[in-house]
Design a protein around this ligand. Sequence first.
Ligand SMILES: Nc1nc2c(ncn2[C@@H]2O[C@H](COP(=O)(O)OP(=O)(O)OP(=O)(O)O)[C@@H](O)[C@H]2O)c(=O)[nH]1
Length: 432
Amino acid sequence: MEHRKLYSITLVLLLVITFVAIFLQFFLLERTLVLRPGDTKYVSAISDQSNGGSSVARVIEKDGKWLLACHIIASEYSWPFCEISIGFFQAPGSQKGEGIDLSTFSSVHVKARYLNKGHESLRFQLRNFNPAYGRLDDPGTWKYVGIEYWPQRSPEGNDIPLKSLQVATWWIVEQKLPIKYAVPEFDNVMMLELATGNNIQPGEYLIEVEYIQFNGKYFTNSQILLFLISLWVSSAACFLFYSLRLSYKQLSETEKRAEDLRQLNQLLNVKTKELKNQAERDPLTGALNRAGIEKIFTKELEVLSLMFIDIDHFKSINDNYGHAVGDEILKEFSKLISQNCRFTDFLARWGGEEFLLVCPNTSLSDAYELAQALRRLIRDHQWTNNIRLTSSFGVAQLGDESPTAFIERADKALYDAKVRGRDQVVLSKSQT
Ligand SMILES: Nc1nc2c(ncn2[C@@H]2O[C@H](COP(=O)(O)OP(=O)(O)OP(=O)(O)O)[C@@H](O)[C@H]2O)c(=O)[nH]1
């Protein structure tokens, strides 16, 4: 898929997920936990007798409500109380110190009241167990997180925000806990307690509890935020990684294409050279052709000699041995001369069995010596089919003349060599 398209789709998807998550969190993912007679087990009545007091508490279910009958009796224990307790840790599967997680709830609605009194307070408290400082077998070490309130003021029940609950100071003092543990915790609530208030006076009390309802979300706002941040960050990381990989791939492809072009260019250069070479060379012998040799004369050379070389009676070789043998002789002839002159000399096939050897920086006498040497070499060479071969030379040195006139002069000398009986070197009179 195209990079930009993928980017756009990912962005749209992320935005959709973000909006959906926020919408669900604030409008739909509501969660409640209702504790009421009939549905809720492990309900019991507790009094200060467990702490050495004398008060008596008893709980019964009546008309779909809990009724806590409480007789507060003054005793040596300074803080007499009765309470209705709902245990979460007794539930099947919760035997290992596991209570319930109420941390995603934001408030609790408590519908409870005194039936026979009008001005007494109630204490709502949650008991959270944390193995970092508490002991499972000692409920006294389970954190007291609660609030005291006056139920009569709201006949329809009281909404208590969980953030208004506080850890009991006396409990922190008793446990001698580090400050970091002095904050409310609701992630492992072992018990819920609804108890008489701190200043309860001796007497008979009847407390009615209709229901206790926790309200909240399936997820906390922080969890949703963390989820969304993780989603965006991981998507950005994936996209970055993908982009880098793509760039690397494109770079490799570009480099490969550049390398291909370089090689193609090299090949073209070679081919161009080959073609240029072919244009300036005779295909049979490999010697320069006329176009190739003409370039030599464009260079500024002070001393330049040349010799016209012509195989004697070449026609008879063709006639006697055939054209193919004639070709072989021409190739061999060209090779023999090339191998026995200087590498700075230029050999050209002027036409037919006629060759031109251009010798830069060579005096007429040196050119003459060379011509004689080549003539003898040709005469003494072992040619194919034991053919006897001789050649004639016309040698000239460049004077104050045009290249055409210079070549014509050498040609004339060659003509003279032929006329004089062949197999010889004739010098052209110098042109000054
Ligand atoms: N095999 C072959 N023969 C060629 C080629 N080019 C020219 N010839 C032949 O070379 C011969 C040249 O003959 P002439 O010009 O009469 O000269 P010649 O026989 O060498 O006699 P002189 O030069 O007077 O000694 C002709 O028969 C051409 O056909 C070639 O490329 N291959």
